[in-house]
Design a protein around this ligand. Structure first.
Ligand code: MG
Length: 454
């Protein structure tokens, strides 16, 4: 059977790979399986309103009662579904993908994205022509609900609001023209921060700095921080589930470093617990966790895998190198607002600047690369790759991860959302890192060409 779902819901280029007709049938199939009370939300993409209307149409056709929540971050919809006791939710978003993309995330009543089994059931119904439609008298109805305040209140319950307020942090926020513009400034103000912002106009073309925050596109935020003498900078991705932090010196830190601070802080009051993180994260996480008396459970890459692993193994904290922090006591899904609240909470308790805390973490150099590869060739390229790599230790939890005797590692895995292989690598020194990445990038490019022409 053909697949609709990738590692993070359904994604595609709008009106080419993902049309309103598809979303309508997909939503009808999901609604048929999820239950009656379904929330629908959307990010700020140009095509999101079109697809949200199609989703609502599909849900109504199978008799659902739709709670139209409009524009909001993905974690806000997830929180609302669980908190309001709904049967599920559909989020129209392509997260950090370029503007021409969009997608659908299916949320279960527990607020977490649907597991593989349910995705397959939805795909089964979809490819068999869709579920039976209700007769005219039994089609569903639509009501509106705005969960933004409910969500911010929910976040505040997990941090020491008074202690944070006393610090009167100067915070700079960069939602990157995405929907966290609707929640992050409110949250920071409720925490008593002096708030400065950039790129807060919600705009589906993402004109500010693109929808994916990366160290190389946050120059605007760093300049704003310098101008206003901010202590913390935070950049969110397009749908607000990920956050990257910038210290008071303007240095942007990858997500595994901010996650490591949260891990250290969390384990200091929860000794012996495990935290979950994908194999793409720095080995520094494991070192920090061990030193704090805990351990790491490594997972495949993908936020759904981390969430479901947390639920299955009873783990309360998860994180990703891309800036996703999953805080179980709030909800076991990545949540940029929760990440902001947790970092301010630990800064208030530590009473030291972010750069100093980051400076205490083990430091390795990292590099990420991408090698184009058509989706349909990915399985054969991966198989060829497995057959020809050599290392001290080879792990296949996800893609191929090679560990070398000097402690450096490189991970090569097919992206679940784009026609590329992603390369992640880490080493003690720049020269070693670059040689390792170049060598394996050339290998991967050669394998893609070889499979293409075979
Ligand atoms: Mg996202």
């Amino acid at each position: 059977m053909p697949r609709l779902f990738g590692t993070n819901g359904v994604r595609g280029v709008v009106n080419r790979e993902l049309t309103p007709e598809m979303v309508l049938r997909l939503s009808a199939s999901a609604g048929h399986l999820l239950g009656r009370e379904i929330a629908v939300g959307r990010d700020g993409r140009t095509s999101s309103e079109m697809l949200a209307k199609a989703a609502i149409g599909g849900l109504l056709s199978v008799g659902c009662r739709v709670h139209d929540m409009g524009l909001l971050p993905t974690p806000t919809l997830q929180y609302a579904v669980k908190h309001l006791g709904l049967d599920g939710g559909l989020m129209i978003t392509a997260s950090h993908n370029p503007p021409e993309f969009n997608g659908v995330k299916v949320i279960l009543k527990d607020g977490v994205e649907a597991p593989r089994g349910l995705e397959e059931e939805i795909e089964g119904l979809y490819f068999s022509g869709g579920p039976p439609l209700k007769p005219w008298g039994e089609v569903g109805s639509v009501g509106g609900f705005n969960p933004l305040d409910l969500y911010v209140e929910g976040l505040l319950r997990h941090v020491d609001v008074e202690a944070i307020r006393r610090r009167r942090f100067r915070v700079a926020l960069d939602p990157g023209n995405g929907v966290s513009a609707l929640t992050a400034p409110t949250l920071a103000r409720r925490l008593g921060c002096e708030v400065y912002t950039i790129n807060t106009d919600i705009d589906g073309a993402f004109p500010g700095r693109g929808s994916e925050p990366r160290p190389d596109n946050l120059g605007g935020l760093s300049r704003l921080m310098e101008a206003v003498d901010a202590e913390v900078g935070v950049a969110f991705d397009g749908d607000g589930d990920r956050a990257l932090f910038v210290d008071e010196g303007g240095v942007v830190h990858w997500g595994d470093r901010s996650f490591a601070l949260v891990v250290r802080d969390y384990l200091s009051s929860h000794p012996g617990e495990a935290v979950a993180t994908p194999v793409s994260s720095s080995k520094m996480i494991e070192e920090v966790a061990r030193e704090a008396g805990g351990c790491v459970l490594w997972t495949r890459v993908g936020s759904i895998v981390v969430s479901r692993t947390m639920l299955k193994e009873g783990i309360s904290l998860g994180g990703e190198e891309n800036g996703g922090i999953f805080y179980g006591p709030h909800q076991p899904v990545r949540d940029g607002g929760m990440a902001l609240a947790l970092i301010l909470d630990l800064l208030a308790r530590e009473g030291r600047p972010l750069s100093e805390l980051m400076g205490e973490l083990p430091r390795y150099v990292q590099r990420k690369e991408r090698v184009p590869c058509p989706n349909e060739l990915k399985p054969r390229v991966l198989e060829a790759l497995r057959g020809c790599v050599e290392a001290e230790r080879v792990e296949t939890i996800d893609g191929v991860k090679l560990w070398f005797s000097d402690g450096s590692w490189i991970l090569m895995r097919p992206s679940g959302t784009e026609p590329i292989f992603r390369i992640y690598a880490e080493a003690e020194a720049e020269g070693r890192l670059n040689r390792m990445v170049e060598e394996h990038r050339r290998l991967l490019e050669a394998l893609v060409e070889e499979v293409k022409s075979s």
